[in-house]
Design a protein around this ligand. Structure first.
Ligand SMILES: *Cc1c(COP(=O)(O)O)cnc(C)c1O
Length: 374
């Protein structure tokens, strides 16, 4: 069996990418909202609900910066977020001149716990930045209620949640704004890129901020260069025809994993929230750390690269070494215990069903052996 990596980016048909790129070159319009950019923005808007707007950006991190910036938060204010995320989440907060405050996660979904958020709120809190961790939606209802009660700006890091819906609505429709990534490690990509979903009436303000704060050639507000180029938009457009097949392949892999990995002692699956669609981005197992290491190495020995959890964003050895993780009751936080349980299996269109069956077999074997030795 050829080696199987955890993540393999979607690769567009080179002829289609060349044709789209040629279109951009022929127009002489290489950025600043060219024709390809507009087409991709429209295609993604079609996946959101009417009433919401998609604004493309140069990266997912840029989308986070702009979504936070749209809240016009006072310098140095606190933003409550999850310690279980990719570095970009906390970096974006800090880069905006704000202070990340970490609150604990829920035990099943591993998303930000609303009760812990409530405990973390101080007079300096200005926003909440929860993460739809591995594409599992946050408790959007409780978080919206908290944001309303305390007058806080609510931005979701939806970088891992492309293609997910909750209670029948696309996940970008929750909160004041949602930031998505179009990086090659995500489901759909543009080489580098991202987008923000906002309410339609805020789209003009967001797009102005994305373009140096300019209006009529004058800077009338805060801004920077957060735009997506035509070449990047061409990549995204070139992938759209393949998207349905990619999503179907991922759903079929998920079904194979679900069928083979359910009901095994010592092995849990990362639970999604009731009402949510399954994430096309990730398939995560939860194993005690020693067992997780055993499964990881058994897969690696067969040429299959699974992926570890992200290291915690705060605590010893991190940029936020002294930041505590706030909990609802003030006890020990769950995140440091539960984060290291996560192991993501390969989930993309180049994993064959045969390979998925082999992955199931190896996981079952190594979990079973560990059980026998206990
Ligand atoms: C990928 C990712 C980002 C950053 O997106 P980029 O496009 O790489 O800047 C932010 N947050 C999370 C949770 C991510 O997984």
């Amino acid at each position: 069996m050829p080696p199987i990596v955890f993540g393999a980016p979607m690769i567009p048909d080179p002829a289609l990418l060349a044709a789209l790129t040629a279109e951009a070159l022929g127009s002489g319009w290489l950025s600043n909202g060219g024709a390809l950019h507009m087409r991709l923005e429209q295609a993604l808007s079609g996946q959101e609900r009417a009433g919401d707007a998609v604004s493309l950006t140069s990266s997912g991190t840029m989308a986070l910066l702009l979504a936070l910036g749209l809240g016009d938060l006072p310098p140095g204010a606190e933003v409550i977020t999850s310690p279980l995320s990719f570095a970009a989440t906390a970096q974006a907060i800090a880069w905006c001149g704000l202070r990340p405050v970490f609150a604990d996660v829920e035990p099943d979904t591993l998303t930000l716990c609303p009760r812990a958020v409530r405990a973390a709120i101080t007079p300096r809190t200005a926003a909440i930045l929860p993460v739809h961790f591995l594409g599992v939606p946050c408790d959007v209802k409780a978080l919206a209620a908290l944001a309303r009660e305390y007058g806080l700006w609510l931005v979701y890091d939806a970088a891992q949640a492309y293609g997910v819906s909750f209670n029948g609505r696309p996940i970008g429709n929750y909160g004041d704004a949602s930031a998505f990534s179009l990086h090659p490690t995500k489901v759909l990509h543009t080489g580098e890129g991202g987008y923000v979903v906002t309410r339609r009436k805020q789209a003009a303000a967001l797009r102005r901020m994305r373009n140096f704060g300019l209006e009529g050639g004058r800077a009338v507000g805060r801004g920077l260069n957060g735009k997506m180029s035509e070449v990047n938009a061409a990549m995204g457009l070139a992938l759209l025809p393949d998207l349905a097949a990619e999503l179907a392949a991922r759903a079929a892999l998920r079904a194979t994993y679900d069928a083979g990995l359910g009901g095994i002692a010592g092995l849990r699956l990362h639970a999604t929230r009731s009402g949510a669609s399954a994430s096309p981005g990730y398939y995560a197992l939860r194993l005690a750390p020693d067992l997780r290491a055993r499964v990881f190495h058994a897969l690696a020995a067969a040429g299959i690269l699974a992926r570890d959890h992200f290291p915690l964003l705060c605590g010893a050895g991190t940029f936020w070494a002294d930041a505590p993780i706030m909990t609802a009751e003030g006890g020990a936080p769950l995140a440091p215990e539960l984060g290291p349980e996560v192991l993501c299996l390969p989930l993309h269109g180049r994993v064959t069903q045969d390979a998925a069956a082999a992955i199931v077999r190896i996981v079952r074997q190594s979990v079973g052996q560990a059980g026998g030795m206990a």
